[in-house]
Design a protein around this ligand. Structure first.
Ligand code: 13P
Length: 258
C-alpha cells in the first residue's frame, strides 16, 4: 500500500475478541458489508477470532472492509501447538493484526519485546500491525502514564525504521477503560495521543509522528465516539463490545466529523 494512501484516514476497527460463532459472525459480516461497503473517508477493519477469519474475509472479499487477526506467532512455522503463523492468517484473508493487546499481555505473557518481534515479522509479510499500548489504573494514578507508554513504544517499535513506521497503526487503550464502561475523557485521551505522536516523531522523524495513525480504544460506543474523534490526535477507534452489534458499529464508523 502506498504510504500516501495511508495518511491518517480515520480508521475504525472492531475487535470481536472471543465472541460469536460461524453463523453469528457471518451474519454480522453480511450486515456490515451491506451498510458500510464503499463508505468514503473511512477505513474499516473487523478482527474476528482466528477460526472465523476465513469465513468473514470470504464474505467481505469484494468489499472495502478489511479483516484482521487478533494474534499471531512471530516464527514462520514449527512445533508451537495451538499457535498461528503470519502466513496462515495471510492465506485466509487477513491484512491487519493486533499486537500487544492488554488481554494478551495479561493472560499470555505478551511483552514489549515479543511485540517487537511480531511487528517486525508482520511488516516483513506486508500485514499491518495494530500495536496496542496503554497503562493500568495504578500507573495512571502514580502519574506515570506517559513514561509507561513511551517504553511500550520504544521497545515495541525498536526493530523498524522510519519508512516502515507509517505502516504501523498504534492503538492507545488505557487498561482501566477496557470493558469497564469508563471511557477516557477526550482530554485524557488527547493528552496521551498527542504525547505518542510527539514521541514517535522523536524516535523516528517528526513527519512520521505527524503521519502515523493513533486509535483510541476502551469503552468506545455510539454516544462517546463523536467527542473522541473531535480530538486532533485521535485518528480512529479500536472498538470491543460495541463492535458486535451491526447498527451500533455502523453508527461509530459514521461518527460526526466536526
Ligand atoms: P471495549 O470497547 O469492550 O472496552 O474493548 C476495547 C478493546 O479492548 C478493543 O481492543
Amino acid at each position: 500500500m502506498a504510504i500516501d494512501d495511508m495518511q491518517r484516514t480515520p480508521l475504525i476497527a472492531g475487535n470481536w475478541k472471543m465472541n460469536l460463532d460461524l453463523t453469528s459472525a457471518g451474519d454480522l459480516a453480511k450486515a456490515l458489508h451491506q451498510n458500510l461497503d464503499g463508505l468514503p473517508g473511512r477505513d474499516v477493519v473487523v478482527i474476528p477470532p482466528t477460526p472465523l477469519v476465513h469465513a468473514v474475509a470470504t464474505i467481505l472479499d469484494e468489499s472495502t472492509i478489511k479483516v484482521g487477526a487478533q494474534e499471531v506467532r512471530a516464527e514462520a512455522s514449527g512445533a508451537y501447538t495451538g499457535d498461528t503463523s503470519i502466513e496462515m492468517i495471510k492465506s485466509i484473508g487477513a491484512t491487519y493484526c493486533l499486537v500487544g493487546h492488554s488481554e494478551r499481555r495479561e493472560y499470555h505473557d505478551e511483552t514489549n519485546k515479543s511485540c517487537c518481534e511480531k511487528i517486525r515479522a508482520l511488516l516483513n509479510a506486508g500485514i499491518t500491525p495494530i500495536y496496542c499500548v496503554g497503562e493500568k489504573l495504578a500507573t495512571r494514578e502514580a502519574g506515570e502514564t506517559l513514561k509507561f507508554v513511551e517504553e511500550q513504544l520504544r521497545v515495541g517499535l525498536g526493530d523498524i525504521d522510519g519508512e516502515e513506521v507509517l505502516h504501523v497503526v498504534v492503538a492507545y487503550e488505557p487498561v482501566w477503560a477496557i470493558g469497564t464502561g469508563k471511557v477516557a475523557t477526550p482530554e485524557q485521551a488527547q493528552e496521551v495521543h498527542g504525547h505518542i505522536r510527539g514521541y514517535i516523531g522523536h524516535l523516528f522523524d517528526p513527519e512520521d509522528g505527524e503521519g502515523i495513525r493513533i486509535l483510541y480504544g476502551g469503552s468506545v460506543n455510539a454516544e462517546n465516539i463523536d467527542g473522541l474523534m473531535a480530538c486532533p490526535d485521535i485518528d480512529g477507534a479500536l472498538v470491543g463490545g460495541a463492535s458486535l452489534k451491526a447498527d451500533v458499529f455502523e453508527r461509530i464508523v459514521k461518527f460526526e466529523d466536526v
